[in-house]
Design a protein around this ligand. Structure first.
Ligand SMILES: [Ca+2]
Length: 420
């Protein structure tokens, strides 16, 4: 990944004015709430909201409660996503941390959240004048918590700090209810450049194996999709066994998944190759919740020109019950692709051709089915997409009819050029 270690200065907001140098990505100060407050962690047998008077690294507003794993609240055991402690936000309570960020850059914040009561619970995340409400009503995993990501653009001048805040927007009848947060990290996002367009004579991708792509030259615009490999995205903890959920960002200017929009009210899951099957590289997207989990991108196209949308369809390896299928859209074309790999394969290629009608064409994906895992029958799962590309197809079609001799002559020339 892009380990460019710019400094993010984090301020001990309620402790001292000592600034720390911090890398571009990682846990906030006491982002896991495992640093004991002065006087130690509160006694978990105290009534809700009592005992938490200070929180290293954070500024508290309203009633917050440091909770401990296995702590009970009535008949319920409170969920601590990571380690031994997490933070519960009471009615309209807020916790915030000041972070020094690079103005104009996009940052993604990753955090774990759980709800406590079987009521509507939500979490407001805000920074730099932007705010998002993350709906915690849907449980995506049986663990009872999930990791989410949300992105914002840093606005503060150099030397000034951005307040990153989490707030419980609700007024529950039961004040002991309220969302739990844990594991808060930020990452500066890098937006991959739009793929270069090379107008040379022959396109070797269509004809020869991948190692020779080094000399790939095209006679039409190459892949038009940004971040089609999904390799750039939000921070993921090395132990992120549940992946990271990407809630809708349809109404927002920024996205935790550069190039892409989650345009549905349900989230999609960002997965890594350490805990899931990923078709290519280290990251991919698992589509959840059928039509309620849609990712899309507007790609640049030339009107009246034919294109191919190609992508890899996969199985996340998370015991997802079949059938798995993806509905793919490109302009006015739509087609579903069932995942039916041969042998032990965990991936298969898919291709949808379309005629561009405008200078920008929407491509989109959702899961055809509403899948759950076979082992617990309730965690949401689904097909995986990766390696999304849009190729100009007309030139490839012409080549397939008449261009073989020319292709090989051209390749000889290319090899000559490369050898020189
Ligand atoms: Ca990938």
């Amino acid at each position: 990944m892009h380990q460019k270690w710019l400094n993010i200065h984090l301020l001990h907001s309620n402790q001292s004015n000592v600034k720390q140098n911090w890398p571009t990505a990682g846990l906030l100060i006491n982002g896991d709430f495992e640093t004991p407050p002065t006087g130690g962690f509160p006694n978990p047998s105290l009534a809700a909201g009592e005992g938490t008077t200070s929180l290293p690294g954070w500024t508290i507003g309203g009633t917050v409660e440091l909770i401990e794993s296995n702590q009970r609240q009535g008949a319920m055991i409170l969920i601590v996503p990571q380690g031994k402690h997490a933070l519960k936000l009471g009615n309209e309570a807020e916790v915030s941390q000041n972070v020094e960020l690079e103005k104009g850059s996009t940052y993604s914040v990753t955090f774990s959240a759980a709800r406590t009561c079987a009521q509507l619970e939500a979490l407001n995340v805000s920074a730099a004048g932007a705010v998002a409400t993350v709906d915690l009503q849907t449980l995506y995993s049986v663990e009872g918590w999930d990791a989410y990501a949300w992105a914002f653009q840093a606005q503060q001048e150099e030397g000034a700090e951005t307040k990153l805040a989490f707030k419980n927007p609700g007024m529950e009848d039961d004040p002991s209810c309220g969302p739990i947060i844990d594991n808060v990290a930020v990452k500066k996002l890098f937006t991959p450049d739009r793929p270069e367009e090379l107008y040379l004579i022959f396109h070797c991708n269509c004809w020869i194996a991948e190692p020779l792509n080094l000399i790939s030259m095209t006679c039409f615009p190459d892949n038009a999709v940004i971040n089609g490999d999904f390799e750039e995205g939000p921070w993921m903890f090395p132990n992120a066994t549940l992946g990271v959920l990407l809630p809708t960002n349809l109404d927002e200017d920024t996205t935790s998944l550069p190039g892409w929009t989650v345009e549905s009210n349900r989230a999609v899951r960002y997965i890594d190759s350490y805990h899931f099957n990923v078709p290519q590289g280290k990251r991919a997207i698992e589509l959840l919740s059928g039509k309620e989990g849609i990712i899309s991108q507007m790609v640049e196209t030339t009107p009246q020109k034919q294109y191919s949308l190609t992508f890899t369809l996969g199985d996340a390896g998370d015991s997802c019950q079949s059938p798995l299928a993806v509905m793919a859209f490109a302009g006015d074309q739509a087609q579903n692709f069932h995942f039916s790999p041969t042998g032990n394969a965990t991936r298969q290629p898919a291709n949808l051709t379309f005629m561009a009608r405008a200078e920008r064409t929407r491509i989109a994906f959702y899961s055809v089915y509403y899948n759950t895992r076979s082992d617990d029958r309730s965690s949401l799962c689904g097909p995986v997409v990766d390696e999304v590309r849009v190729w100009g197809a007309s030139a490839a079609a012409r080549l397939s009819g008449h261009g073989l001799v020319g292709l090989f002559l051209g390749m000889v020339v290319l090899f000559g050029l490369v050898l020189n």
